[in-house]
Design a protein around this ligand. Structure first.
Ligand code: ZN
Ligand code: ZN
Ligand code: FE
Length: 718
């Protein structure tokens, strides 16, 4: 049997089933395969074979089963045999504490009462502690902990829940905290900051009900306004949680879920300044359960790093990097082998796909004929390894602009390739020559497949639906390198997985001062207003305007159009984190009803080889400007802008034709108002609309898209 069949309680399950059927024989892990040999009455063997896949444990995924007949050897018992090495097995994701373990954690008569590292075959760390395969204790970071007599009895008893639970531990023989838990609880209740070693790395925690505590954390972490996530056992007290969101919060992956914040939520404003949304997470390890119960309040829990760096997971590194930020470090002696950040979801799609999901595979719609490494983009970096029909996306690495992140990229990629037993034969990368990922790709001495950024976004969305195109892809995004060397980002592509044609795009505008314009949206607003023939209200424009002649790259990025309108409405003229202005504009629009602003869609004036349409974003800015002058409500202006942009791209789709399926991708489609409006208008034009639900619409999904494009091009060469 192959698939995710190790580390998910599969051998104990086979043991129980064989015993129930009255069969003798053995089960063992051999490389990536689980081998079962049974001996007994014909009918019993048949019943066993049927039940084997039908009743498999919930965390298992069986990809293939092969069987053969052997002569009987007269075995009496059924045993779990020693594992044997072979082709690398699929390592399962980490799993949140199960209900049975949770009951023991808070049962004073249990020998694991309040033990921060209890787990069983149904729960506990996996991906983050597995050093090699087959998945057995000696190849986990638990290897150094000798089992006590009690744990050994459980580990060897087929009727026990901990039969062959590889990370099994108890207070007598297992890992320990570096400081008493009470001390950490005291520091938290006094408003201090505690670095907590979790499953995939270190977090920084503080009291979410204390303004000074949260402010201090922001100051020390250098994270001014970006929302922070909250750990709580009672999310309903903080947010209006739908049934779907509750199911997601309670799922074994336990991601952070963005939910509408309640007005009376007991967390201070500084946790998510100005936002109607709150990132909430349930406790996912025994240690986090204990922290929740003992502090009795919601806690801010954020990655242990400086903003945009990869999460710290190595003990020494954590002490060095977090020592100055935290008042206390709550560590333990179970090593983390691989870093893994928390996952983040919003209404039906992942924003960050990490702990609880990796290294689970995302299917490819076609077979990768050779192993591929796709290196992704630059911000929210991930990489992706494609092997056969499986794509293995990495955990979140942070922004690949720092030396720290680049090192993490190389280390994690090596660990992934080792884990998967893959020797890459092709590297897929972005067109941008200056991305560190692109440079790395060209240094490998392997064939390189370049994939245009927005084509990769579009391909990711098609591929996660198991499709190969053709389709029209609306990719509304920040920035990405175009095939003409300019910055793209508001694109309509007619594409399949192999290739694309740019059939429409937002009108390019100059970004006064280049990167400075990304940090200061008012500059983009000024450029748009000039384009629209409207007065620029900022006095400092007179001076900044001179940069137009020196440093003002043209960009068709949709993110910049959102920035412009946000600045124009005085929502946000300067940003402290990526996409802040656009996010706040979405909040302002909410679900205010409004007619779409008119927005011209015209053929490009230049002599493009094919007729390309241009969506005149400056029309939307002009309308917003005029309405603002006329005293219209900013929330209505924001809503009319969202509707207008959606309507213009839907109209462009209808005009260019050539496909009946429309896919929506790019970072801007994390905006629910834009997503809904675009979907609604496309459906009205008769399109079938696909959006993301497995892979992030933002740049974290680009590596998966690159891998699918490379695989499709390989398939077409063969
Ligand atoms: Zn458990
Ligand atoms: Zn023990
Ligand atoms: Fe992008």
């Amino acid at each position: 049997m192959r698939g995710v069949v190790q580390g998910v309680g599969f051998r104990p399950y086979v043991h129980r089933l064989a015993t129930r059927c009255g069969l003798a024989g053995f089960v063992s892990n051999e490389g990536d395969t689980v081998v079962v040999e049974v001996e007994g009455l014909e009918a019993a063997v048949e019943a066993f074979a049927v039940a084997l896949t039908a009743e498999a444990p919930p965390l298992a995924r069986i990809d293939s089963v092969a069987s053969e007949r052997l002569p009987a050897v007269g075995e009496r018992d059924f045993v779990v045999a020693r594992s044997r090495a072979g082709r690398s097995a699929l390592v399962p994701p980490d799993v949140a504490t199960c209900d049975a373990c949770l009951a023991e954690l808070f049962d004073p008569s249990d020998r694991r009462y309040r033990y921060p590292f209890l787990n069983c075959t149904d729960c506990g760390p996996r991906f983050t502690i597995v050093v090699g395969t087959p998945y057995d204790r000696p190849l986990t970071t638990m290897a150094g902990f000798e089992l006590c007599a009690d744990c050994r009895r459980e580990y060897e008893d087929p009727s026990d829940r901990r039969f062959h639970a590889e990370p099994i531990a108890c207070p007598a023989c297992g890992p320990r905290l570096s400081v008493p838990l009470e001390e950490a609880v005291r520091v938290l209740l006094e408003g201090g900051i505690v670095a907590v070693k979790g499953i995939g790395g270190y977090h920084l925690a503080c009291d979410a009900t204390s303004s000074p505590a949260v402010e201090r954390l922001r100051e020390r972490k250098r994270r001014e306004e970006k929302p922070l996530a909250v750990l709580t056992a009672e999310p309903e007290l903080l947010a209006a949680v739908s049934d779907d969101e509750r199911a997601l919060l309670r799922s074994p992956a336990r991601p952070i879920v963005l939910v509408p914040r309640r007005a009376d939520a007991a967390v201070v404003e500084e946790v998510a300044p100005g936002s109607p949304w709150l990132g909430v997470m349930l406790p996912y390890s025994p240690l986090h359960h204990l922290l929740c119960v003992d502090t009795g309040r919601p806690l801010v829990l954020t990655s242990g790093n400086l903003t945009d760096e990869p999460i710290a997971f190595d003990d020494e590194d954590a002490c060095a990097r977090l020592g100055r930020i935290a008042d206390l470090v709550l560590s333990h002696n179970r090593p983390i082998h691989r870093r893994c950040e928390d996952s983040v979801w919003r209404a039906g799609f992942p924003i960050r796909r990490s702990r609880g999901y990796v290294p689970g595979a995302v299917a490819l719609p076609l077979t990768a004929q050779r192993p591929i490494v796709a290196v992704g983009a630059e911000l929210k970096s991930t990489f992706c390894v494609a092997r056969g029909r499986d794509a293995f996306l990495s955990a979140h690495l942070g922004d690949l602009t720092s030396e720290e992140a680049y090192r993490a990229f190389r280390t994690d990629l090596r660990l992934y390739l080792e884990m998967l037993g893959v020797e890459p034969e092709l590297v897929a990368c972005d067109l941008h020559p200056d991305y560190l990922s692109t440079r790395w790709a060209w240094e490998q001495g392997l064939p390189v497949e370049e994939v245009q950024h927005h084509h990769a976004h579009a391909a990711a969305c098609l591929a996660e639906h198991g499709e190969t195109g053709p389709a029209l892809a609306i990719v509304l995004d920040g920035t990405g390198f175009g095939t003409d060397g300019t910055i793209w980002g508001g694109e309509l592509l007619r594409c399949d997985l192999r290739s694309f044609e740019r059939v429409a795009h937002l009108e390019p505008v100059p970004l006064p001062g280049g990167d400075a314009a990304v940090r200061e949206p008012w500059r983009v607003a000024a450029a748009y207003l000039e384009r629209a023939g409207r007065p620029v209200p900022w006095q400092r424009w007179a001076e900044v305007r001179q940069t137009l002649a020196l440093n003002a790259p043209l960009s068709s990025g949709a993110g910049r159009l959102f920035d412009a309108v946000s600045a124009l409405l005085r929502v946000r003229e300067r940003v402290t984190y990526e996409a802040q202005a656009a996010i706040e504009l979405e909040h302002l629009a909410g679900d205010t009803e409004a007619e779409p602003y008119p927005c011209t869609v015209t053929p490009a004036r230049d002599c493009a080889p094919r007729a390309t349409l241009v969506v005149r974003g400056s029309d939307l800015v002009a309308a917003a400007h005029d309405d603002l002058r006329a005293g219209r409500e900013p929330s209505q202006i924001a809503a009319a802008f969202h509707e207008g942009l959606a309507a213009a791209f839907a109209e462009a789709c209808a005009r260019v034709g050539g496909a009946t399926t429309a896919v929506l991708s790019g970072g801007c489609f994390q905006n629910l108002r834009l997503l809904d409006a675009t979907r609604r208008r496309l459906e009205r034009h008769g399109f079938r609309v696909l959006s993301h639900s497995l892979v992030p619409p933002n740049d974290a999904g680009v590596s998966y898209g690159q891998a699918t494009v490379a695989a499709a091009r390989l398939a077409s060469c063969a």
